[in-house]
Design a protein around this ligand. Structure first.
Ligand code: PGA
Ligand code: ZN
Length: 417
């Protein structure tokens, strides 16, 4: 009774890029849930479609009534049923009729409404009493590629993870210290740097990939020494953006270098060894399962090899990767697949096969904090959600609150690398 849906409201709100996105309220007899959908810039081609033609306006003017009339009277607690109905309303494989951003916002808002009806936080409603591990924050420090201007590095994201931190507070402040130090180091290289940032709150400097790598490594070491916390560098190549399928080469515009698949694999391995990278995401383009498998086999024991655009949070595609050993970690972005049920299905499959689930933000975000709860509920050891900026700290600060609430909270066990 408490969890029966009484109303569903849909509205257009701003995202961090200033673009429109969707926010959904689900109201139950004695509960309330609100969730908003993020959006990507370097999206995988196999992701579900974010919005139908006509965008958020179409959802509000034409679809809100359809969705709410189907959901009113349903039990918000039955998440699978709700997600099934959403997929039925859409009726397509890729959710192009009502949009994956619409379904994901409704799906998450319904789960939050159910949790609230029982007076429970979402992480506990979904994860139960044994969800006590807090993920390590993988923070974005320097932005390049599709997330920054054309003079920024080709590699999309230079990240760090404070793997020696003993609490989430220690971890997020270590990341913010690295972020600040990196600004100083960039400024020392380029006195004209004005502090511009990319989409995910990392600095967007006019420096080369190698300069960025050196600065990233130095900042990790310096702040590591100052705080006594081991901090390790990581990268997201977002290599689909670098890949030119006609030439069959990865194009590093800024360096004026082209690398074929073999050269790209060697380059990635060299960076892992030189800089002791802890985590590498999308080192190869989204269709190169074989390349992923080769890299994982050759160096996956020294560095986490994570797939984002290649798997797009889709359990069927992940299955294909598991079969040949492509990657050993997977980015989990609920709006890539469209519902919480399907997101969970992918997380479960990943864990059963020793793939590390890394719950992640998108480059276009809102202050929605849901993914902080999902990371704890799924016992994901890593959350990728930036280091700085209102829409990023919304998640980080929520993790601080969650840690405080859980009696036996402890930092997740990270794999040795
Ligand atoms: P996106 O990229 O949100 O722009 O797709 C983020 C990432 O690649 O991790
Ligand atoms: Zn990525």
């Amino acid at each position: 009774m408490e969890t029966v849906i009484e109303d569903v409201r849909v509205r257009k709100i701003l995202d961090s890029r200033g673009n429109p996105t969707i926010e959904v309220d689900v109201i139950t007899w004695n509960g309330f849930g609100r969730a908003a959908a993020p959006s990507g810039a370097s999206t995988g081609t196999r992701e579900v479609v974010a919005f139908p033609e006509g965008g958020v306006d179409k959802v509000i003017s034409e679809l809100e009534d359809v969705i709410s009339s189907e959901l009113i009277g349903m039990d918000a607690e039955y998440l699978e049923d709700i997600d099934l109905i959403l997929k039925e309303i859409d009726g397509t494989e890729n959710l192009s009729n009502i949009g994956g951003n619409t379904t994901v916002a409704v799906s998450m808002a319904a789960a939050k409404a159910a949790a609230s009806s029982y007076n429970l936080p979402l992480y506990k409603f979904l994860g139960g009493n044994f969800a006590t591990s807090i993920p390590y924050p993988l923070g974005n420090m320097i932005n390049g590629g599709a997330h920054a201007g054309k003079h920024a590095p080709d590699i999309q994201e230079f990240l760090v993870i404070p793997k020696g931190a003993e609490s989430i507070q220690e971890a997020v402040f270590a990341n913010s210290k690295v972020h600040a130090r990196i600004r100083e180091l960039i400024q020392a290289k380029d006195p004209e740097f004005t502090g511009g940032k990319g989409d995910e709150g990392g600095w967007a400097p006019k420096i080369s990939n190698y300069e960025a790598l050196e600065i990233q490594a130095r900042a990790c070491e310096e702040i590591g020494d100052e705080t006594g916390i081991e901090i390790r560098p990581s990268l997201d190549f977002a290599a689909t953006e670098l890949w030119n399928s006609k030439e069959e080469k990865y194009i590093y515009k800024q360096e004026n270098i082209k690398r074929d698949t073999g050269e790209q694999i060697e380059f990635v391995k060299e960076l892992i060894k030189t800089y002791k990278m802890f985590f590498i995401e999308d080192p190869l383009h989204e269709s190169d399962f074989q390349g992923f498998a080769q890299l994982t086999k050759e160096i996956g024991d020294k560095c986490i090899i994570c797939g984002d655009d290649i798997f797009v949070t889709n359990s069927e595609i992940l299955k294909k990767g598991i079969e040949i050993g492509a990657a050993n970690a997977i980015i989990i972005k609920p709006n890539q697949i469209g519902t919480l049920t399907d997101t969970y299905k992918t997380v479960k499959l990943a864990k059963e096969n020793n793939y590390i689930p890394v719950v992640s933000h998108r480059s276009g975000e809102t202050t929605d904090e849901t993914i902080a709860h999902l990371a704890v509920a799924f016992s994901a050891p890593i959350i990728k959600t930036g280091a700085i900026g209102g829409e990023r700290i919304a998640k980080l600060n929520e993790l601080i609150r969650i840690q405080e609430e859980i009696p036996y909270a402890r930092m997740a066990k990270l794999p040795e690398r």
